[in-house]
Design a protein around this ligand. Sequence first.
Ligand code: HEC
Ligand code: HEC
Ligand code: HEC
Ligand code: HEC
Ligand code: HEC
Ligand code: HEC
Ligand code: HEC
Ligand code: HEC
Ligand code: HEC
Ligand code: HEC
Length: 318
Amino acid sequence: MMPAIAGRRHRLHFVIGWFLLLASPSLSLAQADGEDGPDYSRKGADSCFACHDDQATLAVFRTPHAVPTDSRTPFGHDQLQCEACHGPGGEHAARVRRGQERPGVIAFGEGATGTVAEQNAYCIDCHASDTGLGWHGTAHDDDTITCAGCHTSHAASDPVLETSTQAEVCFDCHQQQRTQSLKPFAHVVDEGKMDCGSCHSVHDTTFDAMLVRQTLNQTCHECHAETRGPHLWEHAPVAEDCSTCHEPHGSNHPGMLTMRGPMLCQSCHSQAGHPSLAQDSDSLPSGIASQYLLGQNCMNCHGQVHGSNHPSGSKLMR
Ligand code: HEC
Ligand code: HEC
Ligand code: HEC
Ligand code: HEC
Ligand code: HEC
Ligand code: HEC
Ligand code: HEC
Ligand code: HEC
Ligand code: HEC
Ligand code: HEC
């Protein structure tokens, strides 16, 4: 797919070059309808306006794609304008006989009939360096979802690029994360202070779960530097993986914990060390009216759960 398109573009530039040399120098867009070449419209956007001049379509002129002075953009000098993204539209824009079906162009979104690769090829043709090497082989690879699945091209501002609106775009496909983000304890993505992109790099990473840093912990340390070791007294699971105890997208437990206080700790620490069953004080055997339990939470004593730098902090108590 890709090489074919690159080839066609080359040919087109070549043709335009000849037109520019031989014909009117004011010609901004030429028809490149060769023997076997693609069939572009005669007048570029002007051809399309005959039928598509609604506000939604015209909004494309308020985007960074419509900078005539920037020859890299679709509306730059010598570029194919609408057809830079929608592909050759000569036949589509031409008159059709009654009863005859209008040939299509590349369309995006729900009505799209072309494959994902076809929809992405024109975007990638110009944006190979933005989407990066990481694009191929990630879960958002061009075999699975389209650029237009996240990006809106006919809008003055693209919602996926704005912190306050990005999550909604992602939630379209990621329902589980939507549910989690609505839980009482969550990162503030739903309020627009952070976005999914604070932790994920959606098209330019080779790291697991498309994280912005190589490991999960390094990703968290970007903002929570205080939890980064080395500590004099490490707490093994912290140095290993924050998500053993925290659910990064949100949870029902304070501190975005994966489980409630004592249960979380007891999922690894035996109850034999000191009594730690969640009993009420009446049921306690006298003598060990346990201070360990009254607090109901190991953190009341072992407050330095992320590690301690105190000389006598080996039990993570100071
Ligand atoms: C003569 C009228 C006419 C012209 C000129 C025209 N179109 Fe269309 N276009 C249509 C019609 C009619 C449809 C709806 C087709 C359908 O629903 O099957 C359409 C649909 C589309 C769609 C949406 C396809 C979809 O499946 O939702 C795109 C994108 C499009 N045109 C782009 C262009 C571009 C780019 C140009 C200029 C190169 C252009 N059109 C020129 C009549 C035209
Ligand atoms: C003819 C080349 C070309 C094509 C085709 C093209 N783009 Fe672009 N695009 C550009 C240029 C140039 C910029 C501006 C880059 C800059 O300012 O650094 C841009 C900017 C963008 C931006 C950033 C917008 C912003 O608000 O900052 C996004 C997102 C984008 N393009 C996505 C797409 C998608 C999706 C497609 C396919 C539907 C596409 N582009 C097709 C050339 C192109
Ligand atoms: C899963 C959603 C998603 C998909 C799919 C996606 N993008 Fe993006 N894109 C983003 C987000 C989010 C950003 C904001 C920067 C970032 O986090 O990397 C972005 C940024 C960009 C930018 C601006 C880069 C800059 O630094 O200004 C361009 C250009 C772009 N995308 C092009 C594309 C192209 C081309 C495709 C298809 C190959 C594509 N994107 C697919 C979500 C997506
Ligand atoms: C940068 C690439 C790009 C350029 C340039 C571009 N489009 Fe689009 N077009 C898209 C994408 C992507 C969509 C899907 C909806 C969206 O992202 O806003 C779309 C959607 C459409 C639709 C269908 C709208 C619908 O209801 O689904 C029409 C019609 C259309 N474009 C016509 C045009 C015309 C006419 C031009 C030139 C004036 C143009 N486009 C320029 C990328 C582009
Ligand atoms: C059009 C649908 C769609 C949209 C929109 C979308 N994704 Fe995805 N995403 C997928 C699919 C499909 C997968 C692969 C299957 C899966 O893991 O669910 C995926 C996987 C992921 C993964 C897991 C990657 C891995 O390697 O395990 C992350 C992280 C992710 N998406 C983040 C995002 C973010 C952030 C956004 C918004 C900027 C977003 N997605 C928007 C469809 C989408
Ligand atoms: C604070 C960092 C952070 C933020 C913000 C964040 N994520 Fe994640 N995400 C992670 C981590 C870490 C993982 C690795 C798996 C795990 O532990 O859940 C992950 C995994 C994922 C996965 C893959 C889940 C799986 O089961 O494979 C998807 C999809 C995803 N995130 C989507 C999103 C979306 C959408 C947003 C924005 C609403 C978002 N994330 C915001 C940190 C974050
Ligand atoms: C882009 C910055 C950023 C990144 C990256 C980040 N966080 Fe956060 N985190 C925040 C902010 C901001 C808060 C809210 C702080 C506050 O309310 O004082 C927060 C709060 C928290 C809280 C406390 C929540 C509460 O209810 O008290 C936990 C736990 C947490 N983050 C864990 C993580 C984990 C685990 C990761 C890595 C997967 C991570 N964070 C990555 C910015 C970040
Ligand atoms: C062994 C379990 C465990 C691990 C692993 C863990 N934490 Fe925590 N974390 C906790 C507990 C317990 C709290 C207190 C929660 C509360 O508010 O009740 C907490 C609280 C937090 C808070 C809230 C502010 C604070 O310091 O009280 C942040 C931020 C945080 N953790 C980040 C991280 C990061 C980043 C990592 C990985 C480097 C990590 N945690 C690993 C158990 C853990
Ligand atoms: C994922 C398993 C895991 C979880 C959950 C966990 N820990 Fe640990 N903890 C460990 C490991 C492993 C060690 C190191 C044990 C060793 O060195 O003998 C440790 C060490 C400790 C120590 C120091 C013990 C000593 O002998 O020096 C304390 C205190 C401690 N944890 C308290 C807690 C508390 C409080 C919680 C709940 C907030 C908790 N742990 C949750 C695995 C866990
Ligand atoms: C009232 C304070 C207090 C509470 C509450 C408490 N601990 Fe401790 N914990 C201690 C003290 C004091 C030690 C040190 C005992 C020693 O040095 O012999 C200790 C030691 C430990 C150790 C080290 C191994 C051992 O048994 O000596 C672990 C692990 C531990 N506690 C886990 C927990 C867990 C899990 C909880 C919650 C279920 C918890 N603690 C609640 C005070 C407390």
